[in-house]
Write a protein that binds this ligand. Structure first.
Ligand code: HMG
Ligand code: MG
Length: 304
């Protein structure tokens, strides 16, 4: 029997904002985090500590982490607030802000690895392992991402064995969970089932996997459902369907949190989220960014 509760990792403040060109004021980012907490989301990726040349939008990451409310929330065990870091430098800054969780990220494929973090897959895994080892020594937990699980923007289709290799390496190094990233948003439910079945058949425990689906081809909600049917119970999503990566050209946002919550609630599956307040937050942040809301459920429920 499939479980009747799922966990959402809200990545709006990080993945959601990182590829937006116009500068977003730090106060808006802080307001977004607070609103997401009030909606009932308890796992929220706060920001990333990466090269400000790579991701100018999140250059204020330390201002976010210095905010009093964010500091209190980081210390509050009801919340899980990971921060994305690419290397030891990022980890050291994160530790200065007393974060209790970081997320590391590698690509399954060479092209995206080079474009995103300027090194090969194996070098990226090596860097991630260094971060994981130091983070565990410092007593904080580490989540891992494996990107380009179905296709790489530069080198084409991804062999399943490449995903397996990266997942195995990050799990062995001590990540508590690996989020499978369809960075380009090209996969469909058939691909999702095929990859998860393959990983399971190579002894990857399904309860250590999460799904991170971008919605370029409109498949993201269906992919979440299929992954759930395959046994996954943790999913990344962004309010208002924000999201994208400057090094994955053409990719659209993450699956919208509103769409995911609507889908699960209709199936009697608990998310802990107040959908009405979530819809309000999605419309609020879309207004702040001057963008139309990419969540279909968010738009439909707002006029209901
Ligand atoms: P590099 O140029 O090879 O490395 O970049 P470097 O060590 O020479 O550093 C370059 C500059 O960045 C230096 O500054 C460093 O100090 C600084 P300069 O001396 O030139 O003034 N720097 C840093 N600054 C702040 N925090 C740091 C840090 N590290 C170095 N941690 C590097 C290599 C990895 C740093 C760079 O390529 C980078 O930051 N990449 C991150 C790109 C990124 O954030 N992409 C988006 C997130 S991944 C994603 O979206 C996918 C995901 O959502 C899942 C999915 O969808 O699949 C997770
Ligand atoms: Mg992403």
């Amino acid at each position: 029997k499939s479980p009747n509760i799922v966990k959402i990792c809200e990545v709006g403040p990080r993945d959601g904002l990182q590829n937006i060109q116009s500068t977003i004021q730090t106060d808006v980012k802080l307001d977004l985090i607070t609103r997401l907490q009030k909606v009932g989301l308890t796992t929220i990726e706060l920001t990333s500590i990466v090269s400000p040349r790579a991701i100018p939008q999140l250059a204020d990451c330390q201002d976010v982490l210095r905010d009093t409310h964010v500091k209190d929330s980081i210390a509050d065990s009801r919340f899980q607030l990971p921060v994305l870091v690419p290397n030891v430098k990022g980890l050291e800054i994160a530790l200065q802000h007393h974060v209790r969780e970081v997320a590391v990220f590698v690509s399954a494929t060479e092209g995206f690895s080079r474009a995103n973090i300027n090194c090969s897959v194996q070098e990226g895994i090596g860097r991630a392992k260094e971060v994981i080892s130091l983070a565990l020594k410092a007593g904080i937990q580490v989540r891992g991402y494996v990107s380009a699980i179905f296709e790489d923007p530069y080198t084409g289709p991804t062999p399943q064995s490449a995903v397996l290799h990266a997942v195995q390496q990050l799990l062995q190094a001590g990540c508590y969970e690996i989020s499978l990233g369809d960075t380009l948003g090209v996969g469909s439910p058939y691909n999702v089932r095929s990859l998860i079945t393959y990983l399971k058949s190579h002894a990857i425990p399904v309860d250590r996997l999460a799904g991170h689906f971008h919605d370029t081809y409109g498949q993201a909600v269906a992919n979440v459902w299929e992954a759930y049917r395959c046994g996954l119970t943790t999913f990344d999503s962004s309010v208002a369907g924000l999201g994208g990566c400057p090094f994955a050209p053409g990719a659209k946002g993450n699956v919208a949190t509103e769409d995911l919550v609507y889908m699960f609630h209709n199936a009697g599956i608990n998310t802990g989220v107040d959908i009405e307040k979530l819809v309000e937050t999605g419309n609020w942040i879309s207004g702040q960014l001057g963008k139309s809301n990419s969540s279909r459920a968010g738009v439909a429920l707002a006029v209901k």
